[in-house]
Design a protein around this ligand. Sequence first.
Ligand code: LLP
Length: 437
Amino acid sequence: MHSFRYVKDQLQCEDVILADLVKKHGTPLYVYSQATLSDHFTKLDQALAPLDHLICFAMKSNSNLAVIRTLADLGSGFDTVSAGEIRRVIAAGGDPRKCVFAGVGKTEEEIAFALDQSIYSFNVESEAELGRISRVAVKRRKIAPIAVRVNPNVDAGTHAKITTGTYENKFGIAFEEIEGVYARASRLPNLRLRGLQMHIGSQLTEVKPFAFSVDKVAPLVARLNGKYGFDFFSIGGGIGIVYKDALASGSEGWWKTPTGRRILTPSTYAETLVPKLKSLGLRILLEPGRFLTGNAGALVTRVEYIKKTGKKNFVIVDAAMNDLIRPAFYDSYHEIVPLGRRGGKTVPSDVVGPICESGDYFAKDRPLPKVGEGDCLVLLSAGAYGSVMGSNYNSRSLPPEILVNGRKASVVRRRQAIPEVWAGEKLAAWQGRKSKA
Ligand code: LLP
């Protein structure tokens, strides 16, 4: 489920009317529902109850401190990809000992920092990295827990830019090479071979690719466990969410949209995978990001202008690709609904931002109710890979983020003031204070 719905024709997040938030905080504005975050975490956690498991929230999908804290309070661990993310977990009051540290380019400083924080495991992406982690661990007189990321060479059938589990990608170590890599790793000092990790891609809406890769990799895990005494097997993230029909699916249950489209549910996921994993007798780690945060967030934007050309009806809004880059970058679909429900005929509309790029759009030829200057639109399912991928492009400041909990709403990131955009910059030493021009 998710918590965005019309009540008396006004869009609400939980019990808060979005129009009231707009009045108070302006637009563009990100709004998150704590109930949705908790509901999705709990459903997945319960579905996996037959297994010893740890959900490590992939915080790259949404790393706001309040989101991290919500999940930490539910017992979540964290899948992190930089020292910055580990520091965010600590800043939010989360436990670094429940952090895994992934990514192909960990620096020496980051490895040292993670070791000092006693993280749960490094997810290692190359032999060069194994050598580096071992050297840093020796220097700091620490034992580094590691899991090598296996690339199972499975096509997840998702968007090319978010497929990770084939040999075309930069991620992990080829399935055939893994045993040799572990044998060599076992001879390196100060490493503890704690588990194996995989991740095949993002926004998977079928269980099949997960099942296929678990079938392929589980026997390897069992063999390696026999040799090295593992603690865990991480099956990565990637559970997909509803983007089309997102609003209507909220009340029905987000796993089945009113048009009958099915989406991967925690129970289908668990029913298929638990029996395959149970016999390993290991702790199972998961790294869901989008599944926890995607439907929990929305981006509210205001219509600045309507521009009709011979061919198109452009709805020019005040949010842009710097606030939500997914449509520009992945051609992805976000459902767009007005803040106040309205009937009448729909108009095919291009919803575009003010940035000077043709790629700065949120929707093309989308049938939308007729809107005019000053009306607000809401882009749904924007809680994952939305705000976190934001930038200051065109010297636009980052929008505020609000966390809703029942009737309460709290600013969990304030709107960036415009001068903060260049706060870290200064003139070169040889430039005078004022331009002569
Ligand atoms: N684990 C690893 C190793 C990952 O690389 C990722 C995502 C996840 C877990 C979490 O995947 P999720 O459960 O969220 O699907 N910006 C793109 C998605 C990039 C995904 C990157 N890796 C988007 O907006 O669709």
